[in-house]
Ligand binder design. Sequence first.
Ligand code: ACO
Length: 320
Amino acid sequence: MTTRIIGTGRCLPETVVTNDYLSTIMDTSDEWISSRTGIKERRIVKNETTASMSAEAARQAMEDAGVTAEEIDLIIVGTLTGDYITPSTACEVQAAIGAVNAMAFDVNAACTGFIVALNTAHLYIQAGIYRTALVIGAETLSKIMDWNDRSTCVLFGDGAGAAIVRSNEKGIMSFVQGADGAKGLSLACKDRANNNPLVQNPKDLNYTAMNGQEVYKFAVTKVPECIHQVLEDANLTTDDIKYFILHQANIRIINSVAKRLKVSEDKFPISLDHCGNVSAASVPILLDEVNKNGLLQKGDKIVISGFGGGLTWGADIIEW
Ligand code: ACO
């Protein structure tokens, strides 16, 4: 037995922020952003929260799967931008959708968050502990951006994607995941500093900082490497794969991965043009777009892959 995705959903904030709008509030341009990244616009929250977007994506995934809230045994949210340090976003979602029988917790593996959440649910399911899980990737990255730093804030967006997964004979065929903490500071956002009666630190607000070129080099070598590994483990080749659904960081990374794998760019669906980089939410949002556009038939094999902060990476092969 393995774990199958039986329904998907997504929720994006209402407000669209275009490159042209950004160029009215900072020294940037649509030309700079789109030529280097492929991003044309992103959604940014006004009233939405990580939990509210997660719950809406979850409701859609439940409807798509034909599963009730009571049937869900486990909720895992991949996020680094929850609304609270505690309770977890997963516990907020549990309350919002009424999944009273579910255990709920978050994982933080940055842009690999949905992949790690999915694999964690898969292992619980394979172990026979749970049967049905709700797996979510959700972010409100706009709140950890320095809106005076044009080199980072133009890249990211907000949103959530969800999948209902269940024990089945078909589904996840292989997965790999890994981390290299020694390179962690190439993409980082610091939390509060130590602050207690013995040590006082200034209450600085900390924002995301990135060494873009280092992250680029990491992504274009590690992603093809881990995709080759999952293909080998499943005894498949790139020809067997219908779509490669990658974390949507940057069109240049995706095109370079396609080239290194010797696969046509047509097999790499894109959402970064209208969503920007939504970290853990990128993969499930794109997966839902592909699913709802009717592009997947039963039996199709797809690769999903995430990579980013940590540094972390992961990939799965899934039979639809
Ligand atoms: N608008 C206009 N100019 C800008 C902007 C902007 N938004 N941001 C930076 N610049 C300027 C810089 O100030 C610099 O100017 P200077 O030469 O006068 O000093 C110039 O553009 C080049 O800056 P770089 O940071 O060197 O830009 P680079 O060509 O490396 O492109 C980018 C930046 C697109 C982020 C690139 O490094 C990249 O593709 N990195 C891959 C990693 C990535 O996409 N990360 C996203 C998140 S990570 C993840 O999800 C895994």
